[in-house]
Design a protein around this ligand. Sequence first.
Ligand SMILES: Cc1cc2nc3c(=O)[nH]c(=O)nc-3n(C[C@H](O)[C@H](O)[C@H](O)COP(=O)(O)OP(=O)(O)OC[C@H]3O[C@@H](n4cnc5c(N)ncnc54)[C@H](O)[C@@H]3O)c2cc1C
Length: 397
Amino acid sequence: MSFDAIIIGAGPAGATCAIALARRGWSVALVERMSFPRRKVCGEFISATSLAVIDGVGIGEAFRRAAGPQVRRLAFFGGERVVEAAMPAAPGAGFGRALGRDVLDDLLVSEAARSGARLFQPWRALALERRGALQQLTIGARGETRKLSAPVVIAAHGSWEPGGLPSQPGKAHRPSDLLGFKAHFSGARLAGEVMPLIVFPGGYGGMVWSDGGRLSLSLCIRRDMLLRLREEAKGGPAAAAVHRHLLASCRGVRAAIGGAELSGPWLAAGPIRPGMRPRYAEDIFRAGNVAGESHPIIAEGISMAIQSAWLLAEELALIEPASEAARALAGRRYALRWRRHFAARIAVASALAQLAARPATAELMGWGVARLPPLLTLGARFSGKTKPLGAAMAEET
Ligand SMILES: Cc1cc2nc3c(=O)[nH]c(=O)nc-3n(C[C@H](O)[C@H](O)[C@H](O)COP(=O)(O)OP(=O)(O)OC[C@H]3O[C@@H](n4cnc5c(N)ncnc54)[C@H](O)[C@@H]3O)c2cc1C
């Protein structure tokens, strides 16, 4: 089966790109290994800077109907400290909100199918090879394999799962690896408009009200700390050890979820791989986490995924997909725009994550925001919360 473009992965990046290209008349195959709806390790907060793209792909109304309350305040929860500050508003867009990944990803994929993309789900992308002018992707499900061909291949499969594709990560493990955990709670106690940053020994996390009255709690914890916690607990599930550690080490977390009920099981993923990567290499375009990933401490990954996919589709729409020279040019332009728009927030997120990771600097961070709460507002501003994609596009053109 032949297409203009094959997109691997139907998370926020892949599905957004599929919608944008299919609406421009491209024939698109969208390959996703999981059945939806499915929950996913993610804090679920979506910056207001992404609302223009959310409207652009046609799910704005459904998003506003379902998402949790506007997040107008930030907080810092670390040890006994609980500090609050204002969330900066995005110009013309206001404040972000959270929506469960089971809901968001399903909305986007349904819209991709309505826009004309051909969905292969649940099918896993297994191998990619060049065949003359086209690339051929082998996909597999339930013991069956199929071949899909296209001149344009877009990797949007995230960055946490190893695999055999040239754009997928290898399997190295280090004690300093950060592992992601996430849970939903019902009956939690947290002011509706607040999103706290949680800093605890060995990691950081966040909480926010998502859709349907669910509180989303997500975190990253170092592998060596997790091992220590499990040894101290003499076994048992990793998530239970993390849950106890959070309650024991953070007053704000105790107040919010001490009497709450888990709503669904804990999820785990990782190691996560923050950093910048090639946005176009080996004739594969990359969007979302594959292209580059910020530490989740700034809760910008979904926004970077859908915004990068939108930028990529804009560049691809200008070219003839079968022309190798045109693809290379689109790749260069996309890589440049990507860097201009996202590189700074990756650096800011990395600096904040380094501060949160060590007890001495985490203490300094807590001391600083307790004395000067607007530092939290400043951190959010530097992390991209006030930089809509539209503004960047106007500057560039
Ligand atoms: C603890 C934690 C908290 C976070 N909190 C937030 C937050 O509050 N706000 C925010 O904006 N970001 C947050 N993030 C980051 C955010 O989750 C990611 O940046 C975002 O999911 C990236 O989207 P994506 O589309 O690039 O990849 P993904 O969402 O990972 O989607 C990739 C898709 O590809 C599929 N796939 C993978 N391999 C294959 C294959 N071989 N074949 C077919 N399909 C495949 C997967 O099943 C998946 O559906 C958080 C991350 C972590 C770890």
